[in-house]
Design a protein around this ligand. Structure first.
Ligand SMILES: *[C@@H]1O[C@H](CO)[C@@H](O)[C@H](O)[C@H]1NC(C)=O
Ligand SMILES: *[C@@H]1O[C@H](CO)[C@@H](O)[C@H](O)[C@H]1NC(C)=O
Ligand SMILES: *[C@@H]1O[C@H](CO)[C@@H](O)[C@H](O)[C@H]1NC(C)=O
Ligand SMILES: *[C@@H]1O[C@H](CO)[C@@H](O)[C@H](O)[C@H]1NC(C)=O
Ligand SMILES: *[C@@H]1O[C@H](CO)[C@@H](O)[C@H](O)[C@H]1NC(C)=O
Ligand SMILES: *[C@@H]1O[C@H](CO)[C@@H](O)[C@H](O)[C@H]1NC(C)=O
Length: 407
């Protein structure tokens, strides 16, 4: 069955990809002229970074090096349980993906088997091979038993008749759970973003799927907008935020705003995490965005928000660049508030969040109920303490103050 699917997928790839990724005339030339970026070396490397070994570009994507101005990279963090998202994500994104995977101790081995499965067995393996760069990282105190060089490791045969190694993993059996290791989410976010070959990135969570054609539309949009007006210096930096929605488990992910609006009307879709943390994802003008009927399919800016004032808990996900403020690596997933310090820095730097219309993110189907992220009180308390005692002082020193910016 896989063979036939493979064939179908390659046919679809061959016929569709060139057309759906067409950029408007002049866009590339404008990007080349106005985007200030440098090409990076695209090769595997191993470095010690803080208390971690980082195997950057352990798996290289088939696309090879690409001009830094000419594409957008989706950057994300994960552990191997989340690798089921790679193909559905790439089917929609169809552009580079830079993925940092936390794989301490004996979690390393199933991580490698999961990657091999994606590269050799999955019906969408063509997309994975072409588009995905994998980086692996683990604590220097929690080394895997064996780490083979990538070319040896990638020559191993995956067991394509067994189930995908990333399915049905019991979290309590994982090495990191048994050793009560916190998930270093921001280390992963920064590794993935640093490894991006392109200047523009969508730093996101791997379960958030973008609308198809977003990269092409965004580059064309940049060509039409800001970059097209030479001499017009912007005073505030800006990024382009995407609204986020969830759909019920048995609903397929909407591909256009009008499809999304239908699902919102019938209650099969809702804004992201409305029941868990409304203020984290609302952002300004959500109802108006939902209400506004689609007049053009072109990407455009619906409204502009800042993080100050009524949006001080907003955690937007946005199309930005590798030069935006980094994520604070002392903050962990378990401690929560892991994006708050970046958001504070962006508030003080007066970033404008241009909220896009006709593009959005949808969480992997299934609406989460409150309580899914079990709060571990001692860790949230530790994070709160760390932020109020130490990090907030540093941030004020580094970035200064601005009215309305809170941590
Ligand atoms: C594309 O734009 C360039 C310069 O803006 C122009 O010289 C060229 O003729 C255009 N090509 C097409 C196919 O429109
Ligand atoms: C591959 O997986 C199948 C199904 O789980 C199993 O029966 C078989 O023994 C595995 N083969 C190898 C070589 O591990
Ligand atoms: C971005 O890069 C991928 C991989 O090379 C390519 O398939 C896609 O067409 C590129 N996107 C655009 C808009 O050029
Ligand atoms: C999804 O499930 C609900 C019940 O939970 C049902 O009413 C609805 O018809 C289902 N939708 C589809 C598309 O299967
Ligand atoms: C959205 O549309 C409904 C129905 O047309 C209207 O009652 C409501 O006031 C609108 N809300 C906003 C925020 O525009
Ligand atoms: C903030 O919220 C308050 C109360 O809801 C409202 O009166 C005020 O206009 C809002 N400010 C902005 C800038 O939206």
């Amino acid at each position: 069955m896989f063979r036939l699917l493979d064939l179908l997928i390659s046919l679809v790839l061959l016929t569709l990809v060139p057309r759906i990724n067409c950029l408007q005339n002049g866009t590339l030339a404008k990007l080349k002229r106005f985007v200030n970026c440098e090409a990076k070396n695209y090769k595997p490397s191993e470095v010690i970074y803080r208390d971690y070994w980082v195997l950057q570009n352990y798996v290289l994507a088939g696309h090879g090096s690409i001009p830094c101005y000419a594409n957008v990279t989706y950057t994300s963090h994960a552990d191997y349980r989340y690798l089921d998202n790679v193909v559905p994500l790439l089917e929609r994104w169809r552009s580079p993906l830079s993925l940092a995977i936390y794989a301490p101790g004996t979690d390393f081995e199933p991580t490698i088997r999961s990657i091999l499965y994606l590269l050799q067995c999955h019906p969408g393996k063509h997309l994975v091979r072409e588009l995905c760069s994998f980086h692996l990282y683990f604590d220097v105190e929690h080394l895997p038993q064996v780490v083979l060089p990538p070319d040896t490791s990638l020559r191993e045969q995956a067991n394509c008749s067994g189930p995908a190694p990333y399915e049905n993993v019991v979290k309590s059996d994982m090495y990191r759970t048994r050793n009560t290791l916190n998930y270093p989410v921001n280390i992963g976010r920064n590794i993935a973003r640093r490894a991006s070959l392109t200047h523009y990135v969508l730093a996101s969570d791997i379960e958030l799927y973008p609308t198809p054609g977003l990269v092409r539309d965004f580059l064309n949009f940049l060509g039409r907008q800001v970059l097209g007006v030479p001499g017009q210096q912007r005073t505030s930096p800006m990024v382009h935020a995407l609204r986020i929605f969830e759909v019920k488990a048995n609903v397929s992910v909407p591909s256009s705003k009008s499809e999304l609006q239908e699902l919102l009307k019938s209650g099969e879709a809702v804004p992201f995490h409305m029941e868990i943390c409304e203020v984290c994802h609302r952002g300004p003008g959500l109802e108006e965005w939902i209400n506004a009927s689609v007049v053009s399919k072109e990407l455009n800016v619906f409204n502009v928000g800042r993080r100050s004032e009524n949006n001080s808990n907003w955690e937007p996900i946005f199309l930005g660049t590798v030069d935006d403020p980094p994520y604070d690596e002392r903050l962990t997933w378990e401690g929560q508030r892991d994006k708050m310090t970046q958001a504070y820095a962006m508030c003080v730097l007066d970033y404008e969040f241009h909220i896009l219309d006709n593009a959005f993110l949808v969480h992997k189907p299934g609406i989460k109920q409150p309580g899914y992220r079990k709060t571990i009180f001692s860790q949230t308390r530790r994070t709160d303490g760390l932020i109020s005692r130490k990090i907030s002082k540093e941030l004020r020193m580094m970035y200064g103050f601005r009215d309305g910016c809170v941590i």
